[in-house]
Design a binder for this molecule. Structure first.
Ligand code: ATP
Ligand code: MG
Length: 140
């Protein structure tokens, strides 16, 4: 295991319900450290670009609309095995299938409004961090 960085988003369903602190507590309690963080309202272009890999999926347009429906918190998380650890704490995409005690099991509203995003591998982590953060905005 090595110290890694991953990219995380607290999605609009969670900012709307004012539960960003509860979610960050779960991440920190799992040993992840916030080394970059900002609250933004994504533009349509940003959301389309960020989710470009899902362009052909039937849920793409709805997902983009949801992600610009309110503010989000974008974050860089650092820690041992951070990419896998973050995915573990998040739980499965569909909250109905998420393991008990995970963020999505406890907070997600449905498969789309599922409270958090986390990078799924080292390459996407790198690309996604660079999509929202400049080097000077990450303070480890
Ligand atoms: P994320 O990329 O947000 O960390 P994930 O890797 O678990 O989540 P993906 O398959 O990459 O899931 O899907 C990206 C996002 O698209 C999901 O988090 C969810 O918000 C939305 N999504 C995925 N599948 C569906 C679906 N079947 N219906 C509606 N929205 C979906
Ligand atoms: Mg994904």
């Amino acid at each position: 295991m090595a110290t890694e960085r991953t990219f995380s988003i607290i999605k609009p369903d969670a900012t709307r319900r004012n539960i960003t602190g509860k979610i960050i507590d779960r991440l920190e309690s799992a040993g992840l450290r916030v080394v970059g963080q900002k609250r933004i309202h994504m533009t349509k272009e940003q959301a389309e670009g960020f989710y470009a890999v899902h362009k052909e999926r039937p849920f793409y347009n709805d997902l983009v609309s949801f992600m610009i429906s309110g503010p989000v918190v974008v974050q860089v998380l650092e820690g041992e095995d951070a990419i896998a650890k973050n995915r573990e704490v998040m739980g499965a995409t569909n909250p109905k299938e998420a393991a008990p005690g995970t963020i999505r099991a406890d907070f997600a509203e449905n498969i789309e409004a599922n409270s958090v995003h986390g990078s799924d591998g080292p390459d996407t982590a790198k690309t996604e961090i660079a999509f929202f953060f400049s080097d000077g905005e990450i303070v480890g």
